[in-house]
Write a protein that binds this ligand. Structure first.
Ligand SMILES: Cc1cc2nc3c(=O)[nH]c(=O)nc-3n(C[C@H](O)[C@H](O)[C@H](O)COP(=O)(O)OP(=O)(O)OC[C@H]3O[C@@H](n4cnc5c(N)ncnc54)[C@H](O)[C@@H]3O)c2cc1C
Length: 375
């Protein structure tokens, strides 16, 4: 979408300036009907509509998340961390696989360390299997990285293509499909999970579907994918692909999961506690410890590969009439009840949580140019 800024130039060179300028050349169907049968509404992007700016650090590992068990004397630690830009999407899937590892231990009491989306999902699945679960975490929602997520179903941001192994690809594939299925049991306002039409916009032609990378394995998880003709969409880019995706509202969703954990195991099942080293962790009473500490796993376990990728979101006043998402060219717009979410930014190895004015400016300008030019 950064190329959106060249839209007027592009319109001229493509000979479609008349459409953009509203000179009487009308599209057959200028605005594609959304699921409610209404039209795609313009997002109002202006500084006086900003309600907050958020920053989160994606717990990133180029070779992908860590999912394995490790024994320390009579304790078993099951690692489930390092999901990068895809932790929301993969949460149920890796929680399910981590639960399978816990089942192998034969223990009945489990400590889950971490109360982001990965820890809470892991805790819920273990509770559903009858485990006695205690969650320990330095921070609870809404003060987790998971709360700073965008957040739509995009599992391919968990690794970098040239760093992964076929073994990881298999585990990732299984986790992705499990997650996609689990999330559908949480659709609705109570958990803040829904399907939205999602438009991938581009100035260069998209292949009909991903041919390479992890995305090639899951094209069927995005229903009704279609390349749209310029007459079928209102966007100022020549190439638009629409598909449907799951979208999550982190504040609603994480609060609901935290509530569910407490309801299942009692209010004392969630303990606010920080562990400063591995020895402290190993002093827990529970024989099995699920390590869902995200970026916190770096100091605790000395994981060299794990590093932050800073991401900043600019949030505008909610527009309930906007019920579609747009992604492309390094920008995105996601419609949520708690605001219109504009992004995105990626700054590797930046540990600061300070919002960047420069990044905000880029995101605001790019989105403003794009939506102002919608027909
Ligand atoms: C801007 C942005 C946009 C994103 N968009 C998406 C998206 O669209 N889709 C998607 O799937 N993902 C997205 N992500 C990625 C996603 O947010 C993360 O992958 C996910 O939140 C990681 O979850 P987690 O539970 O592993 O970590 P966290 O949410 O960081 O939770 C870690 C937990 O461990 C606790 N902890 C850590 N260290 C310790 C310690 N020493 N002692 C005790 N407790 C500890 C913390 O307090 C916390 O409770 C986005 C991220 C950002 C920043």
């Amino acid at each position: 979408m950064h190329e959106m800024v060249n839209r007027r130039t592009w319109l001229k060179t493509a000979g479609l300036a008349a459409v953009g300028a509203g000179l009487g050349v009308h599209c057959a169907s200028p605005l594609e009907p959304n699921p409610n049968g209404t039209q795609l509404r313009r997002v109002h992007v202006s500084r006086n509509r900003i309600i907050r700016t958020t920053v989160g650090l994606r717990p990133t590992r180029p070779s992908g998340f860590v999912l394995r068990s490790e024994t320390f004397g009579d304790k078993t630690i099951i690692h489930n961390f390092g999901h990068g830009g895809s932790g929301m999407s993969l949460s149920w899937g890796t929680a399910h696989l981590a639960m399978e590892l816990a089942l192998e231990t034969g223990a009945s009491q489990v400590a889950v360390v971490g109360a982001g989306v990965v820890g809470l999902s892991t805790a819920r699945l273990l509770q559903q299997k009858g485990y006695q679960v205690t969650v320990y975490a330095k921070d609870l929602p809404p003060r987790t990285t998971s709360n700073m997520s965008a957040a739509y179903f995009g599992p391919t941001g968990a690794s970098q293509p040239d760093h992964t192994t076929p073994e990881f690809e298999n585990v990732w594939h299984r986790a992705t499909r499990l997650s996609h299925r689990y999330f559908q049991d949480y659709l609705g306002d109570e958990y803040g999970v829904r399907w939205v039409p999602y438009y991938l916009v581009s100035h260069s032609q998209n292949p009909p579907s991903p041919q390479r990378g992890l995305g090639r394995l899951i094209t069927d998880l995005y229903p009704e994918t279609a390349q749209l003709d310029p007459s079928e969409h209102p966007f100022p880019t020549p190439y638009v692909r629409r598909r449907w995706t799951l979208q999550f509202e982190p504040s609603v969703y994480l609060n609901a999961l935290l509530r569910d954990v407490r309801l299942a195991s009692g209010p004392r099942s969630v303990v606010v506690r920080e562990f400063t080293n591995l020895d402290e962790l190993l002093m827990l009473d529970e024989p099995v410890i699920m390590n869902c500490t995200g970026l916190g796993a770096k100091p605790l376990f000395g994981d060299e590969e794990l590093h932050p990728v800073k991401g900043q979101l600019t949030v505008l006043l909610p527009q309930p009439e906007v019920n579609y998402a747009v992604v492309g060219g390094g920008l995105h717009m996601l419609p949520r009840r708690d605001g219109i979410i504009l992004g995105s930014t990626r700054e590797a190895n930046d540990w600061t949580l300070e919002p960047s004015e420069k990044q905000m400016e880029r995101v605001m300008n790019g989105n403003a140019e794009f939506f102002d030019a919608m027909t």
